[in-house]
Design a binder for this molecule. Structure first.
Ligand code: ATP
Length: 261
């Protein structure tokens, strides 16, 4: 359903992704790799927030539209985005933030689906309840904890009724308990609602607990695509070699988990 074909992304001459081709059909996919590997660039390119320099991103076989086009906006409705730093409007309530997600799917669709403002509100409240925040609906976003803000971010992404959730480092800014809550919600969305989830994650422990597929990038290139169980310690060591060399030399027992959170 989502595919990259020979995707290359350059930032002012600096290549961030080289010739990346892959397909995503369903399930929970984790994207891993050391700092600067191109993980965020991939997530943003999948959503059309960054255009391909060469190659293509396709949704249901159709290339993503260029920035600013109606085609891209229609496609982006199917691709809900969750951000590392939540990207909420701080002075608005949790409910108002979720309603902003509904705006992405109203407009043209509002008439077609017959969605009234009231129906949108009910939908937004339902989603806040889903992420365990019904009691915080009227609280300002900047008065919520990081974990709560990220849960509002997920509810906002769900508000547009996407088929895919692209989560760009959804738990990097959170403590372990909030991280677990957020991952439980993402996993539940995937398992119960059948949404495809693609999440860029740093903790291999989390990857093993949540993902059915893992994609590893290094230096902007695809270096692994398979089941998390196939991700051996040799490959993991290689993947993070540069990073651990300067920062922390892992002992044999340390290689596997959280080298990198
Ligand atoms: N806006 C930008 N302008 C120029 N170069 C950029 C920009 N964004 C990213 N890069 C560069 O592109 C490469 C890939 O960056 P990206 O943020 O996608 O990596 P990442 O794997 O998500 O890293 P991290 O885990 O540290 O967030 C890096 O070399 C980075 O410096």
């Amino acid at each position: 359903m989502v595919e990259t074909r020979h995707l290359q992304v350059d930032y002012r001459g600096k290549r961030a992704l080289h010739d990346v081709s892959m397909q995503f059909g369903s399930g929970f996919t984790a994207v891993i790799g050391p700092s600067g590997a191109g993980k965020s660039t991939l997530m943003r390119a999948l959503n059309g927030l960054i255009p391909a320099t060469l190659g293509q991103v396709l949704l249901d076989g159709q290339p993503l539209g260029r920035p600013g086009t109606t085609l891209l906006r229609m496609q982006q409705r199917q691709l809900g985005m969750v951000f590392q730093h939540f990207n909420l409007v701080r002075r608005l309530s949790a409910l108002e933030n979720v309603l902003l997600g509904c705006l992405g799917s109203s407009g043209a669709l509002q008439g077609a689906l017959g969605l009234s403002r009231r129906a949108e509100r009910e939908w937004a409240m339902h989603l806040l309840n889903r992420v365990g925040l019904a009691d915080h609906a009227w609280q300002r976003a900047d008065q919520l904890s990081g974990g709560q803000q990220q849960r509002v971010g997920i509810a906002r992404a769900l508000a547009q009724r996407p088929r895919v959730i692209l989560a760009d480092e959804p738990i990097s800014a959170l403590d372990p308990r909030s991280s677990a809550e957020v991952m439980d919600i993402l996993r539940d969305i995937q398992e119960r609602d059948g949404l495809m989830v693609i999440a860029n994650l740093h903790s291999l422990e989390t990857v093993r607990a949540c993902a059915g597929r893992v994609i590893a990038l290094k230096g902007g290139r695809l270096v692994f695509d398979g089941h998390p169980a196939e991700l051996g310690s040799e490959l993991t060591r290689e993947l993070y070699a540069q990073e651990t060399a300067g920062v922390h030399v892992a002992g044999p027992a340390e290689v596997d988990p959280l080298v990198y959170t």
